[in-house]
Design a protein around this ligand. Structure first.
Ligand code: GDP
Length: 366
């Protein structure tokens, strides 16, 4: 499964947010294979469509799909040079698919900031610089090898790789992230082989105080982070980590009331889950039977057999065809039978590209 890593400088509210994630975590009974790694928090992906489909189908059980966050401890200034936990965090970041960077936007005299002041832009630069340093080291190592080969053999692949490496190096040395560079398809293959940290999708989590979370726009630090994120083509989500920790323990009804009391429509954690999901190019399809209505995560662009493989590899191997109706059509006609009657229940083959919101029934040989 794809995962988003949570990073942040000390005292920004990272552990508080990660606690909220684990407390809000999935009901183990529904997901017997969910990870038990203490650094991984598995959450249910909120999706209003699942409830809507359940109301029509009336199954025995409703099962949301899940998303994983990984807690990445130990980034401090100088970490790439071995300060603090040092290089260990780099290996951990390398394994995640997107980076959620928590920054402190709340003021609280009782909680010290590592640099003595609240300054999320400086915090972002500090961490991004560590990531950039780490990537430069990766590139320099590769350059030393590849330049030698290019010089002695004039091998065209090696020559092309040297050019890509120089392009990356120049960009990173200017303090920019590799994810803001464009590459051709051939170049992209070289870039991918480097597993750069700053090439990953990035999302900033602005940790805002309880008194301001209903109107984050009035928080100057949040505005600064938002502007920087826009410049970088990154996303930003405002949350109040300490509130999320309380919300995580409530049931649906209590949660709704609690949020209302704070003037919020949706919890920050739910917004974070959705944004991370979208950032990674993920979508949801549903299966709907008498036993259960269930949401499944797939990567947008997947064809029907591969999407079926999310449920079980046998579904992919023995795939014959898929029967499908879109969520919108089911809602419009109010029942499977009526949607079918109107000609919206389709039979699709192995080249069908599954769409977000499709309700799927896979036919396969065992
Ligand atoms: P970490 O070092 O980044 O993991 O930070 P922690 O999660 O341990 O938080 C540092 C301190 O800030 C703790 O005392 C938290 O209770 C407090 N804190 C975290 N989030 C908030 C928040 O949204 N508002 C306020 N006022 N305090 C918070």
């Amino acid at each position: 499964a794809l995962t988003a890593g949570i990073v942040g400088l000390p005292n920004v509210g990272k552990s508080t947010l990660f606690n909220a994630i684990t407390k809000a975590g999935v009901e183990a009974a529904n997901y017997p294979f969910a990870t038990i790694d203490p650094n991984v928090g598995v959450v249910e992906v909120p999706d209003k469509r699942l409830k809507d489909i359940t109301e029509i189908i009336e199954p025995k059980k409703e099962v949301p799909t899940t998303f994983e966050f990984t807690d990445i401890a130990g980034i401090v200034k100088g970490a790439s040079k071995g300060e603090g936990l040092g290089n260990k965090f780099l290996a951990n970041i390398r394994q995640v698919d997107a980076i959620c960077h928590v920054v402190r936007c709340f003021e609280d005299g009782n909680i010290t900031h590592v640099d003595g002041r609240v300054d999320p832009i400086a915090d972002i630069e500090t961490i991004n610089l560590e990531l950039i340093f780490a990537d430069l080291e990766t590139i320099d190592k590769r350059l030393a090898k590849t330049e030698k080969i290019a010089r002695s053999t004039k091998d065209s692949e090696a020559v092309a790789e040297v050019a890509v490496l120089h392009k990356l190096k120049e960009h990173l040395e200017a303090g920019k992230l590799a994810n803001s560079l464009e590459f051709t398809k051939e170049e992209e293959a070289i870039v991918r082989s480097l597993f750069l940290l700053t090439r990953k999708d990035m999302l900033y989590v602005a940790n805002i105080g309880e008194d301001e979370i209903s109107h984050p726009e009035s928080n100057k630090f949040y505005q600064d982070v938002k502007a920087l994120a826009e410049e970088q083509g990154a996303e930003v989500v405002p949350v109040c980590a300490s509130l999320e920790e309380e919300i995580a323990l409530l049931d649906d009804e209590e949660k709704r009331e609690f949020l209302e009391g704070f003037g919020m429509e949706e919890s920050g954690l739910d917004q974070l889950i959705q944004k991370a999901y979208t950032l990674l190019g993920l979508g949801t399809y549903f299966t709907a039977g008498e036993q259960e209505v269930r949401a499944w995560t797939f990567t947008k662009g997947m064809k029907a057999p591969e999407a079926a493989g999310v449920i079980h590899s046998d579904f992919e191997r023995g795939f014959i065809r898929a029967e499908t109706v879109s969520y919108e059509h089911l809602m419009e006609y109010g029942s499977m039978a009526a949607a079918k009657e109107a000609g919206h229940y389709r039979s699709e083959g192995k080249d069908y590209v599954v769409q977000d919101g499709d309700i799927m029934l896979f036919r396969f040989n065992v």
